[in-house]
Design a protein around this ligand. Structure first.
Ligand SMILES: Cc1cc2nc3c(=O)[nH]c(=O)nc-3n(C[C@H](O)[C@H](O)[C@H](O)COP(=O)(O)OP(=O)(O)OC[C@H]3O[C@@H](n4cnc5c(N)ncnc54)[C@H](O)[C@@H]3O)c2cc1C
Length: 660
């Protein structure tokens, strides 16, 4: 074989599933030199993940692609719980909202993973420009070795990670399907043996190889992660598998079951549990517990599992209703297990994300969402560090923040799966059975977590500490943040939570806007100034003074500046003149494009101020991270507001301009 060629890249991503693609999207948007490789010839065509949670839709919307998913997906508004009656027949016991109202602009939506990956890939390609290099997925490529030069991990200009990549033939990179005429997901299931070692052995000395020196390598290579295994024993995931096996069918059903277009959780008396997920294009996903498939020998006999076996089980659970189909889109089976790693990064140079560092059962619709959540969290940090706009120690917060979420996910899934897979209790004295009312209650209580809206990152250098606590708390000892929020300034804006949306009116043209739409994912920090009633001269003067200070201190020479400023005021809109009354930072001027009319919003009845917990007589400042999470809450005045902002930005950004 020829000597391997060597090249350099800022970020090398291994794996082009949801986690790898979300990371690539950030890199493409921020213009970071990136390569992404995947061992498979093509992406998923159908099946696999489908549940899209509210927070993930908000994130997609912040990249300008939320509407694509929203329009194509099925929206799941309702959930029904069916349990056995005294006579053993299933009956609808409860029907309610699938997503708790008013948590988000969105409700849970369902669209298959292949389509989600296509939308991401198209957006990554479309982000290329003269300033932003094209990030193209390189398929049929896998790593064979990874070495970290520990002598230079602290030198930010160094490329300390060397990876050897091997290029496979199409045949080697194409997984075998069990049934030749039908897509199955068994090759990706946790019931399947990992083929990485076999592929590496079969292609040794044959495939073309190259060496890549990278500043950062990110393992997005799924549950069997080669990157994780290569990092060593202390990176292995810990946890357990249960003996519960579930089958999945994506079909267009022909049935007299009345709730087939609602999400349903069905428990039968004898034949196990089933979940129905109504999908796009008349499809329905059916999850059934396969009680008859043996796990006695420790490994499941996969030949026992076929679409017919899954359908037969579904029919028994659904009886006396009937179920059949003519069209099947995809099928798979999996074993329930929950595992999570202790460490998500090595020297902040190699990172693990998504299924590579946490796995759990699919029914709660979390894996794709949390995996993309990992790289949504990591991406902007990595991108801004590569561009030398952010201090490298901010990368510490990736493991701190996302391990907390992964542990919460595992705890939630253990509880949810146990209740779902358990036999329904006959009555209160049946301790071996699962209480169906407890199951419904667990589902309702977990809404904040399931939707992703309840994420609450713990205090750190990025998330200031606050004395107002609540909601989902971290499971770890918080690291000391350097700055404390003046929490009462905006009492409902808790640092560490996502900045929620409210409708406000454009000052320039009265158009109503979801405020979140003015915080797009483009790598910029946002200072959202709640000005209160700026028709009052003293309040206007305070806001303008703050504007001047922000302009002088944090509007950098970068184009666009890494800090963006928005103003929401509660004064009467027609008493304010945008260009005359307000400091230029609120309507910046561009020689070619003129004034920016999109930064000032009126909150005529003070509804948004109230929602965010801001006293209109005093106002507040909320500093939002590039991923839409609140970093700092403070006041408008120099004494409390500016000093805290100065300290907070000073600990994150660089070079740190001096305060005037
Ligand atoms: C039946 C089913 C239903 C599900 N439903 C949902 C749902 O409704 N909602 C939800 O959020 N999640 C769901 N999930 C989970 C979801 O599919 C996963 O959690 C998600 O795909 C994880 O994304 P990832 O990018 O981390 O890993 P993966 O999607 O596994 O992607 C990993 C990628 O890395 C590549 N790769 C692997 N090894 C290598 C290597 N050595 N070199 C190069 N490339 C490599 C793979 O080819 C793959 O493209 C479901 C899963 C299943 C099985």
């Amino acid at each position: 074989m020829e000597a391997a060629a060597t090249s350099k890249v800022d970020v090398l991503i291994i794996g082009a599933g949801p986690a790898g693609l979300m990371l690539s999207l950030w890199m493409a948007k921020l213009g970071v030199k990136t390569r992404i490789v995947d061992k498979r010839t093509g992406k998923i065509v159908s099946g696999q993940a489908d549940g899209f949670q509210c927070r993930t839709l908000e994130i997609f919307d912040s990249f300008g692609i939320g509407h694509k998913v929203w329009h194509e997906a099925n929206h799941m508004h309702e959930v029904s719980f069916w349990n056995p009656d005294e006579d053993g027949k299933i009956r609808r016991h409860h029907r309610g909202p699938n997503t708790q109202p008013n948590l988000s602009r969105f409700t849970e939506a369902v669209l298959h993973q292949g389509r989600v990956e296509s939308i991401l890939i198209d957006t990554i390609r479309a982000s290329a420009s003269p300033k932003h290099p094209l990030v193209e997925i390189e398929r049929s490529v896998m790593p064979t070795s990874l070495h970290i030069d520990e002598s230079c991990v602290d030198d930010e200009d160094a490329y300390p990670v060397e990876v050897t990549l091997r290029h496979l033939t199409e045949e080697e990179a194409t997984p075998t399907q069990r049934l030749s005429n039908l897509q199955d997901g068994l090759y990706r299931s946790n019931l399947a043996e990992d083929d990485t070692e076999r592929l590496l052995a079969n292609t040794a000395g044959v495939g073309r190889e190259e060496k890549v020196q990278a500043k950062y390598v990110v393992g997005c290579d799924g549950a069997h992660s080669w990157v994780r295994k290569t990092l060593g024993e202390e990176y292995q995931m810990k946890g357990e598998s249960t003996d519960a096996i579930w089958g999945v069918l994506d079909i267009i059903p022909i049935t007299d079951f009345p709730d087939i277009r609602s999400r349903c959780m069905i428990h039968s008396a004898e034949f196990g549990a089933m979940m129905i997920i109504p999908r796009e294009n008349k499809l329905v996903r059916v999850y059934t517990q396969l009680k008859q498939v043996s796990t006695g020998t420790g490994r499941v006999d996969r030949s026992q599992i076929t679409p017919d076996v899954i359908l037969e089980t579904a029919r028994k659970i659904l009886s006396p209703y009937t179920l059949d189909y003519h069209y099947i889109d995809w099928w798979t089976a999996y074993q329930i297990g929950q595992r999570v790693g202790d460490r998500f990064s090595k020297h902040n140079r190699v990172f693990l994300t998504g299924d590579a560092v946490h796995t759990h059962s699919p029914k709660a619709g979390q894996g794709m969402n949390v995996s993309m959540g990992d790289t949504y969290n990591l991406g902007w940090k990595l991108g801004l560090v590569c561009k030398k706009l952010l201090q490298p120690h901010v990368l510490d917060t990736y493991e701190l923040e996302r391990r907390q979420i992964a542990r919460q996910l595992i705890a939630f899934d253990q509880k949810f799966s146990k209740l779902f897979s358990g036999r329904p209790a006959k009555d209160a004295s049946d301790e071996a059975g699962s209480s169906m009312s407890e199951f419904q209650q667990a589902f309702r209580e977990a809404q904040l977590f399931i939707t992703g809206v309840g994420i609450h990152y713990q205090p750190s250098i990025l998330t200031s500490d606050s004395d107002l606590k609540g909601g989902l708390q971290g499971t770890e000892t918080p690291s000391q943040s350097q700055v404390t929020s003046l929490a009462e300034s905006a009492a409902h804006c808790q640092p560490g939570r996502r900045f929620a949306s409210q409708i406000v009116l454009s000052q320039a043209d009265a158009r109503p806007w979801e405020l979140q739409l003015h915080l797009p994912s483009n790598g910029r920090f946002r200072v959202v100034v709640f000005g209160g009633d700026i028709s009052q001269a003293t309040q206007l003067a305070t806001v303008n003074k703050l504007g001047g200070w922000l302009q002088a201190n944090w509007m950098t020479d970068e184009d666009p500046s890494i800090v963006d400023v928005l103003l929401v005021h509660s004064g009467p809109r027609d008493k304010i003149e945008l260009l005359q009354d307000l400091h230029e930072v609120f309507h910046p001027f561009d020689k070619k494009l003129g004034w920016d009319y999109g930064k000032v919003f009126a909150d005529d009845h003070g509804k948004a101020h109230k929602h965010y917990g801001v006293d209109p007589d005093r106002g507040a400042v909320v500093a939002v991270r590039p991923d839409g999470y609140i970093g700092l809450v403070t006041g408008l005045e120099a004494e409390d507001g500016w000093t805290r902002l100065q300290a907070w930005f000073g600990g994150l950004l660089r070079p740190s301009p001096s305060s005037s």
